[in-house]
Ligand binder design. Structure first.
Ligand code: SF4
Length: 210
């Protein structure tokens, strides 16, 4: 794959400077990603305001709903959301007091706890897990083949952010020990099959860190 040209960006320039953005797609792409993150923040806050719980508490509830016990621990959640353990502990304590989660002691280690949704917690997830769905409307106009390319490129950006230590380990193909580059394509040694770019995974249950 041919590498795109790198545009020179002086250290004192900002990606948010409209003049600097002219003729520099790198800056415009990064600034666009920031706009997207703003969209997620607004949508999440809309749910949080209605329910009277914080955005991070909603994110923790949604994460617990879709991930197994080994990932539903304070230390894992802190890593997942790039927060300190005391911050996550406080958020979980608040969720416990509201009756949305409960802690269970692990059978194999009485000092270790996993966090589980209560029925009330599941009801909150049912109301909030779709918070990002309005974003899906913007996908309709993108041709199917281009979606695969876009996904591949975005996962590459996520991988670079992870390598730079800006975000935590992502359970995705490019960070996985089962992943192999296969010519211009991709191969999963766990599934024993080639992956089209649109089949690459961002949050895979079979992921193991490379
Ligand atoms: S196990 Fe999952 S994350 Fe790993 S390469 Fe296969 S599909 Fe990708």
């Amino acid at each position: 794959m041919a590498l795109s040209p790198r545009y020179f960006i002086p250290m004192n320039e900002s990606v948010f400077d409209p003049q600097a953005q002219l003729g520099n797609p790198d800056l415009k792409i990064v600034a666009s990603l920031e706009r997207l993150s703003e969209g997620f923040r607004v949508l999440l806050w809309d749910k949080a305001k209605v329910l009277g719980i914080s955005p991070i508490q909603i994110q923790i509830l949604i994460f617990i709903q879709f991930h197994g016990d080994q990932k539903c621990k304070i230390s894992y959640l802190a890593q997942e959301f790039c927060l300190t353990k005391p911050t996550v502990s406080e958020a979980v304590k608040s969720l416990e007091q509201k009756g949305f989660v409960e802690r269970r002691t692990e059978v194999s280690d009485s000092r270790s706890h996993t966090i589980h949704l209560t029925e009330s917690g599941k009801a909150v997830v049912a109301q909030t897990a779709n918070f990002a769905n309005p974003m899906l409307d913007s996908m309709v106009e993108i041709p199917s083949a281009e979606k695969g390319v876009l996904l591949e490129q975005l996962l590459g950006v996520v991988g670079q952010l992870q390598s730079a230590g800006i975000i935590s380990m992502q359970r995705m193909c490019f960070s996985c020990r089962f992943y192999q580059k296969n010519g211009d394509g991709h191969y999963c040694q766990f599934l024993n099959q080639s992956l089209k770019n649109r089949e690459l995974r961002l949050d895979c249950g079979e992921f193991e860190a490379a």
